[in-house]
Design a protein around this ligand. Structure first.
Ligand code: NOJ
Ligand code: CA
Length: 529
């Protein structure tokens, strides 16, 4: 055990095999009735995450922001937005987490600031401003056209004209999020200083936002028309390959610089949000223990249909392509995507949990998935997020009251269905989705084969069954689930104990010979020697 007493230490870093719980701070718990979740609210609900059994929290951005991109547009990297509390509250949260053996990760958004950040305000004051070169400016092309054909990830040109200077500035996302110029060493220094500000306060690391966008072609070349068969991750809606503005080779030096800062402190982690196909992800993980990201999200499961063959392929690709210095990092849901209870259907959430939480790797959960939370089906009232992501950001449902125990005031977004799904009821019900999450996470912690064992697919299963075997120290566990619409069966060569099951009545029993699984049913079996 390490000094937190919660992570078994066999020389491997704490984050390998860990379960990380993502909190969208606005939507987790409101402590003061203003309808917006806050840091004190999170402190008040830490028992829930401790009961769940996760290793770490990751908070989406808590910094001051005019909310054009809901906190991913920052005006001060070393402060806390007043609606979330204060730096002192963050200190209190760090202490409260550490006292309970939890780690705390923040979101680092290094590629762009808010348009209202003092750095950009100064940069925009004129071409001779001392901060001008902290951002990326270019003259129009003939006819006043933008300097390149690059597109913003949210659609439209990646350039906005600054009428005062007659130059365009670059933004990989909204126009209110001007891109920082990472070719300027002063930018790197400022961002490293922001990292140290939080690391000095005991924060255990960062999820690093949109990193593939950090560096662009210095000659500002136009992107070429995409060739056939290219990945959808790399092509703009305009049909141009994102060749010169995303994933430039120099980005690896940016990441190495961040890694060096993290390495000044013991046991800190960086999780890269690279958003690239699995084939390219390995290049961001580096080949040495201290090179580039310790972890980087594999987002394939967020885009893979609920089919055994598709999932098996995604998982095997990740297994084959992840360097041995680390492990895959999976998520099924986050604040940017339709929740998986909605994508796969609520009938699938138990099996999805069984699969996710028995996979080799670091697992990220998105707050609410542990109660089977869906996206809000029909949100009325004004849209907050321009990119249409309100439905997956609705508040956490703590109890069955109309405001779900989230707030005593008017919630900033309406709750989805607290009467139907909430922590209080599910926590008291051993047959609930929440109880299954708790059991699976506890098993993952206590069984070395699940926590860090090897993994290989079981290939002799009928097409609608997904199965993989985890093993360590002679112990073998089989995860098997039926993703098809009808009963399916497979054969076991000897008796196996049911360690966990989507149907709790099967837990503690044993199976042998032909085993039938109902649609969306899954078992975690301890295989005989
Ligand atoms: C990824 C974040 O997860 C998303 O919410 C944000 O809009 C973009 N990066 C831009 O920062
Ligand atoms: Ca509040």
């Amino acid at each position: 055990m390490d000094d937190t007493g919660r992570v078994s230490s066999n020389g491997t870093p704490w984050w390998r095999g860990a379960v990380i719980y993502q909190i969208y701070p606005r939507s987790f718990a409101d402590s003061n009735g203003d309808g917006i979740g806050d840091l004190r609210g999170i402190i008040g609900r830490l028992d829930h995450v401790v009961d769940l059994g996760v290793d770490a929290l990751w908070l989406s951005p808590i910094y001051p922001s005019p909310l054009h991109d809901f906190g991913y547009d920052i005006t001060d990297y070393t402060d806390v937005a007043p609606e979330f509390g204060s730096v002192a509250d963050l200190d209190a949260l760090v202490d409260a987490c550490h006292a309970r053996g939890l780690r705390l990760l923040l979101d680092l958004v290094p590629c762009h600031t808010s348009i209202d950040h003092p750095w950009f305000v100064e940069a925009r004051s004129g071409p001779r401003s001392a901060k001008r070169d902290w951002y990326i400016w270019a003259d129009p092309r003939p006819g006043g056209r933008p300097p390149t054909n690059w597109m913003s990830a949210f659609g439209g040109p990646a350039w906005t004209l600054d009428p005062a200077s007659g130059q365009y500035y670059l933004h990989s996302f909204y126009p209110e999020q001007p891109d920082l110029n990472w070719r300027n060493p002063a930018v790197a220094e400022a961002m490293h200083a922001a990292m140290r500000f939080w690391l000095d306060r005991g924060v255990d690391g960062f999820r690093v936002d949109a990193i593939a966008h950090a560096i662009k072609d210095d000659r500002l070349r136009d992107n070429p028309v995409a060739g056939a068969g290219r990945s959808v991750f790399g092509v703009d809606p305009s049909g141009h390959e994102r060749l010169w503005n995303v994933e430039r080779p120099e980005v690896h030096d940016v990441i190495r610089g961040m890694r060096r800062v993290a390495a000044e402190y013991p046991d800190r982690v960086l999780i890269g949000e690279v958003y690239t196909p699995t084939e390219l992800l390995a290049g961001f993980l580096g080949h040495d223990r201290d090179d580039e990201f310790p972890l980087a999200f594999n987002f394939e499961l967020l885009h893979t249909p609920w089919r055994a063959d598709a999932l098996r392929l995604a998982i095997e690709r990740s297994e084959a392509l992840t360097p041995t210095t680390t492990n895959p990092t999976y998520a099924l849901s986050n604040h940017d995507q339709v929740r998986h209870a909605t994508r796969f259907g609520t009938d699938a959430v138990r099996l999805a949990a069984l699969v996710l939480l028995t996979l080799r790797g670091t697992i990220t959960l998105y707050a609410g998935e542990e109660i089977g939370q869906t996206d809000a089906p029909a949100l009325t009232g004004p849209a907050h997020d321009r990119a249409g992501r309100d439905a997956q950001r609705t508040p956490m449902q703590w109890d069955a009251t109309p405001r779900g125990g989230f707030t005593t005031g008017q919630p900033w977004l309406p709750l989805t269905d607290p009467q139907r799904r909430n922590v209080a009821e599910q926590g008291a019900d051993p047959t609930s989705v929440l109880s299954l999450y708790r059991r699976l996470i506890a098993l993952r912690r206590s069984i070395p084969a699940l926590h860090h064992g090897e993994q290989r697919s079981r290939l002799d299963l009928p097409g609608e069954l997904l199965g993989f075997i985890r093993s360590a120290d002679g112990e073998r566990l089989l995860t098997v689930g039926n993703l098809g619409a009808t009963f399916a069966s497979f054969t076991l060569g000897g008796p196996a104990a049911v360690v966990a099951a989507t149907d709790p009545r099967r837990e503690g029993t044993s199976v042998d010979g032909a085993v039938a699984l109902a649609p969306n049913e899954g078992l975690l079996l301890r295989l005989p020697d």
